[in-house]
Design a protein around this ligand. Structure first.
Ligand code: AMP
Length: 126
């Protein structure tokens, strides 16, 4: 059965200002903030302000303006934090977990941007 968006998920509450966050960049359609439990020296979360649960839902249903704003915001924070090769950085990993098999914990689409050290294998092979 298809799930519906939970308006009380933690990122929705951050967007409503009910929970504090460590903002790196805010644009008209996007918020980028630091993960509360960082898994790397730089661990950012980029989220659209719209109510989208997963990366594929965002890509399928968001407006062109939302998608372009999100993509450009990600590019900007990769530069701002020094991760981007365009500013001499060593690179990063950008991943999005979706649904149960993706081990997604927060049901509001988010892109993890991880860097500041080699990120290791992409997934466990078990
Ligand atoms: P995922 O497993 O892909 O859904 O990742 C959810 C991420 O959200 C985890 O890396 C958490 O550490 C992070 N997270 C949960 N609550 C907060 C919060 N209040 N502020 C910032 N990051 C959070």
């Amino acid at each position: 059965m298809a799930q519906s968006y939970d308006p009380n998920n933690v990122f929705a509450r951050i967007l409503r200002g009910e929970i504090p966050n460590d903002t790196v960049l805010e644009t008209p359609h996007t918020l980028v903030f630091r993960d509360i439990t960082p898994k790397a020296p730089v661990h950012l979360l980029a989220i659209p302000k719209g109510a989208y649960m997963t990366v594929d839902e965002f890509y399928a249903r968001a407006s062109d303006a939302e998608i372009l704003d999100f993509i450009r915001a990600v590019a900007r924070v990769c530069e701002m934090t020094g991760l981007s090769a365009s500013v001499g950085g060593n690179g990063f990993r950008a991943i999005s977990n979706a649904g149960a098999d993706g081990m997604q914990e927060v049901p509001h689409f988010h892109l993890h941007i991880l860097g500041g050290r080699p990120m290791g294998a992409l997934v466990e092979t078990a």
